[in-house]
Design a protein. Structure first.
Length: 182
């Protein structure tokens, strides 16, 4: 059986979902027999998202221009896209800024109203990615194939999703143990 190309992607999230992935412990050895990790913040130094990815776990919401550019590329180059964790599925924690009504009020609150002394809005075009007006869940930007909820999803839940995919089967994500938020 040939190995599948697997990627993990970090958008606007705290990396807790990736930490939970590392909690797979000894099953990671089995995973390594079945998958080539071709792109991941925790396991590869590749900066460019490659072509021909079979499975991508995408953590985080879509919060800025860099996130947007990356998720469009991920979708175009990936066969099965998994919305990995509550931030990817609902925008969750990064989405709390949506209550302020847009990027400008968020920046004003953080850099002017709450700043000590003379704050200034960040200005670094090309270096600091511009915030989107709202943080969006992944499925509002590109089609998603599998939803893997949790904040973070437990290692057991990640395995229940990933193991069938690696064997060419569709995961059955149902019941409180596999689809509960939080
Ligand atoms: S779902 Fe929870 S653990 Fe995962 S990135 Fe968001 S806040 Fe972090």
């Amino acid at each position: 059986m040939s190995r599948l190309n697997v990627a993990t992607v970090w958008l606007a999230g705290c990396s807790g979902c990736h930490m939970s992935f590392l909690d797979l412990d000894e099953w990671l050895l089995e995973f390594a027999e079945l998958a080539n990790v071709v792109y991941s913040p925790v396991a590869s130094d590749t900066k460019v998202y490659p072509e021909g990815v079979d499975i991508a776990l995408v953590e985080g919401g879509v919060a800025n221009r860099d996130n947007l550019e990356l998720i469009l590329k991920v979708r175009a180059r990936t066969r099965i896209l998994v919305s990995f964790g509550d931030c990817a599925i609902t925008a969750n924690i990064p989405g709390m800024r949506n209550m302020l009504g847009g990027s400008e009020p968020v920046l004003r609150r953080a850099y002017l109203e709450l700043a000590d002394g003379s704050g200034a809005l960040p200005q670094a075009p090309g270096l600091v990615p511009e915030l989107l007006e709202q943080v969006l869940p992944v499925h509002q930007v590109v089609p998603v194939d599998v939803y893997l909820p949790g904040c973070p999803p437990s290692a057991d839940r990640i395995r229940a999703c990933l193991e069938p995919l690696l064997h060419g089967e569709w995961p059955v994500m149902e019941g409180a143990e596999l689809i509960r938020f939080g």
